[in-house]
Design a protein around this ligand. Structure first.
Ligand SMILES: NC(=O)c1ccc[n+]([C@@H]2O[C@H](COP(=O)([O-])OP(=O)(O)OC[C@H]3O[C@@H](n4cnc5c(N)ncnc54)[C@H](OP(=O)(O)O)[C@@H]3O)[C@@H](O)[C@H]2O)c1
Length: 301
């Protein structure tokens, strides 16, 4: 089996490359240098020449605030590239597995969002991802779109590493306490993507469509920050005071959903995935960071 993975320098793509794939899986890890997704025209030939059995696409334009003023670039990578991938994978008869986001929702719903909830992105990033979803749905019936939320990892840029850096610089941090979601480990997302991909390759009748996956137990950014420092204190990291603030006190160019909790019962049922609590996944990542496993180390396959 040959499996193409994009976005391999990112959190999820990197975790996918480090996943313990079966011996007969050959992973083709495509960086931006190998396949620039902004160059939409090159995607079809890359995929048709690659003799792949599946394509996993976690690559994205993820700079949520920059996207507000860089609309064309965001839409190229998040909408046009998935459209080209869908057409190319359908043409050669292979499944396409794409990663999407909780930011396709506006966050006004009271409870958790299931896969059928109407989308209503409030920013360019969310809108471009929603357009990518639509293109994948209409371009290749053998697809899985995996929406996830609040991704963290020892590798790459994310909230956990930002909090640890800021704690080195300041005794007091002000963190938003009125946005709810589920932090999710990139490693756990990678394991789910791998499971789905292997099933789609093995079984033409495997379930397809849109799925939600996140780690369990909703929280706020503020409580997420407090838990990070509660867990890092034993490692001797600095522990700042964390002050809860409202979103209105921390204005950003792109509006974030106040609630982006994703319901995960569909993926639990169809793919026998059991999301673990994010606190448990966080402990694993913090341990990696404390022991210097920052995975800037080489990808092995
Ligand atoms: N981060 C989150 O909190 C979050 C939450 C919900 C959903 N998601 C979704 O989860 C997926 C993975 O996110 P992540 O956190 O792993 O993202 P990330 O760490 O920001 O990585 C993004 C990856 O996409 C690549 N990329 C961007 N533009 C490209 C281009 N023109 N050509 C080729 N590659 C390009 C980047 O390559 P370079 O290193 O070369 O830039 C990088 O490898 C994305 O689809 C994202 O929308 C993320």
């Amino acid at each position: 089996m040959r499996i193409l993975i994009t976005g391999v320098t990112g959190q999820v793509g990197h975790a996918l490359c480090r996943y313990d794939w079966p011996e007969d899986a050959e992973i083709v890890a495509a960086s931006r240098h190998d396949l620039d997704l902004a160059e939409t025209e090159s995607i079809a030939s890359y995929i048709s020449a690659g003799r792949f059995d599946a394509v996993i696409n976690p690559a994205a334009y993820t700079a949520v605030d920059r996207a507000e003023t860089d609309l064309v670039a965001a839409w190229r990578v998040n909408a046009l590239a998935p459209a080209a991938m869908a057409a190319a994978t359908w043409k050669v008869g292979i499944p396409l597995i794409c990663v999407s986001t909780d930011y396709v929702f506006d966050g006004t719903k009271a409870g958790a969002y299931n896969e059928d909830a109407p989308i209503s992105p409030s920013g360019v990033y969310g809108a471009s991802k929603a357009a990518g979803e639509l293109a994948v749905r209409t371009g290749n019936p053998r697809h899985v779109i995996l929406r996830t939320s609040w991704v963290f990892s020892a590798h790459g840029a994310n909230f956990v590493k930002t909090m640890l850096r800021l704690a080195e610089e300041r005794p007091r941090l002000r963190v938003v306490d009125d946005q709810r979601g589920c932090p999710t480990s990139a490693r756990d997302i990678a394991a789910v993507l791998a499971k789905i991909t292997l099933r789609l390759i093995a079984d033409p009748q495997a379930p397809t469509g849109t799925y939600h996956f996140s780690n369990a137990e909703p929280t706020t950014w503020c409580d997420f920050a407090k838990e990070i420092f509660r867990q890092t204190e034993p490692f001797g990291y600095p522990v700042p005071d964390v002050e809860a603030i409202a979103t209105t006190e921390y204005p950003t160019p792109a509006r974030r959903p106040a609630n982006s909790v994703l319901e995960t019962t569909k993926i639990e049922r169809d793919f026998a995935v059991v999301p673990r609590p994010w606190r448990e996944a966080l402990a694993e990542v913090l341990s990696d960071l404390a022991h210097g496993v920052t995975e800037e180390s080489e990808v092995t396959r």
